[in-house]
Design a protein around this ligand. Structure first.
Ligand code: HEM
Length: 173
């Protein structure tokens, strides 16, 4: 609900401002996208890679030809910077001024992985996520159906898939 009001105040109710508005003007929407990606990290297993030569990491020798996996899910689900990481809480990203986002938390929100082989589509995907969420919330209130509770526990099948949910869309105006 807070996201809805923030978007309406920033962009207005009817125009297509979400398409052109700088996302810096939508801190709560950005916080929601970050928290959705942290909490519901879809590609939780990350992509397996194979070492091309023998290497050593923190004293641990890793032979060439070893399958390795950078566990991005562990960082987002267990880093102590995320207080009560099992809770869905977009507010955790908002600084005390209510306008800017906490950089240390953003730096540990890594659904696209990090380093040379990080997701090549990260910038595109981030823009799409903000636009999609802002445009939907600008026009509709998305609510659980009467008597239903939204179940945020994912189905873990290699990827973390959301369960089917029945939701109710109410025209915002
Ligand atoms: C929410 C959406 C997305 C998520 C969470 C995501 C996540 C990831 C992750 C975790 C990796 C593996 C990085 C690694 O191995 O360290 C990856 C690789 C990759 N992604 Fe995405 N991705 C998303 C959307 C996209 C889109 C929209 C594109 C293309 C337009 C894209 C293109 C790629 C490519 C080409 C790679 C392989 C990069 C490489 O091996 O160098 N992804 N993605």
């Amino acid at each position: 609900m807070m996201g809805h009001y923030a978007i309406i105040v920033t962009l207005g109710p009817f125009n297509c401002g979400a398409v052109t508005a700088p996302s810096a003007k939508l801190p709560y929407t950005r916080a929601c996208v970050l928290e959705v990606q942290r909490f519901g990290n879809v590609l939780s297993n990350n992509v397996y890679r194979e070492t091309v030569r023998e290497t050593t990491i923190r004293g641990q020798s890793i032979p060439a030809g070893t399958m390795v996996n950078a566990d991005i899910h562990h960082v987002m689900a267990h880093d102590p910077l995320f207080v009560e990481p099992e809770k869905f809480a977009p507010d955790r990203y908002i600084s005390e001024d209510g306008k800017t986002l906490k950089k240390d938390l953003i730096d540990r929100t890594i659904p696209f992985s990090i380093g040379k082989r990080a997701c090549a589509g990260e910038s595109l995907a981030k823009v799409e996520l903000i636009l999609c969420l802002a445009s939907m919330v600008q026009h509709y209130r998305i609510l659980p159906c009467e008597g239903d509770v939204i179940d945020l526990e994912p189905i873990a099948l290699g990827m973390l898939r959301p369960k089917d949910q029945n939701v109710r869309l109410e025209k915002a105006f």
